[in-house]
Design a protein around this ligand. Structure first.
Ligand SMILES: [Zn+2]
Length: 187
């Protein structure tokens, strides 16, 4: 098993072989490091360190942020690359639900690895906001593909992208404090 060490100053954990002269996180000398016995198996720790859920969630948040920005541009400058910008909004609206579904699947995977269950109060809340984000992304897809473009439609897209960004952002916020948590179970 790989030997781990922890910085006594900032709690940063690193493989002993990869530690240089100073802590990569806070910069104190390597003498500040002590041996660290992880609470979880190496395989489980490596799976958690992939951080697949926060990474994928940022794709979804990025897509919807672009939809929001492009919609604002179309509303303020209606003639500026009008066709191209609206085509981009449509493509992003098409890819968004897939990104949200992927974020939800990796979220369930991450939660199961970290907490061994997904029915705790915080995780339930995240599933509710995630589902709301998914519904919002499907409505966005529907309106951009089936309703002809108009100023009113652009305002609807703007509102839907704001709502989606809010749901996704809340979930990011709720999740950020879970990143270091894990159930101490060796397997
Ligand atoms: Zn440190």
């Amino acid at each position: 098993m790989t030997k781990l060490v922890r910085c006594k100053n900032c709690n940063f954990v690193i493989e002993e072989g990869k530690l240089g002269e100073v802590c990569p996180a806070c910069g104190v000398p390597r003498s500040a490091f002590e041996e660290f016995t992880p609470l979880v198996s190496e395989k489980r720790r490596k799976l958690m360190e992939l951080n697949s859920h926060p990474i994928i969630l940022h794709f979804a948040l990025g897509f919807i942020l672009f939809i929001l920005l492009l919609t604002v541009i179309s509303l303020i400058f209606p003639t500026f690359y009008a066709t191209e910008i609206y085509a981009t909004i449509k493509v992003l609206s098409f890819t968004l639900p897939f990104a949200v579904i992927l974020a939800m699947l990796t979220g369930i995977f991450d939660a199961n690895t970290r907490f061994k269950k997904i029915t705790t109060p915080r995780l339930k809340k995240k599933i509710i906001f995630g589902s709301a984000f998914l519904v919002d992304s499907f409505i966005l897809l529907f309106v951009t593909y089936f309703i002809p473009k108009s100023t009113v439609l652009l305002i609807v897209v703007l509102i839907l992208s704001l709502i989606g960004e809010m749901f996704g952002g809340i979930n990011g916020f709720l999740g950020s404090s879970l990143m270091c948590s894990r159930v101490p179970n060796g397997t």
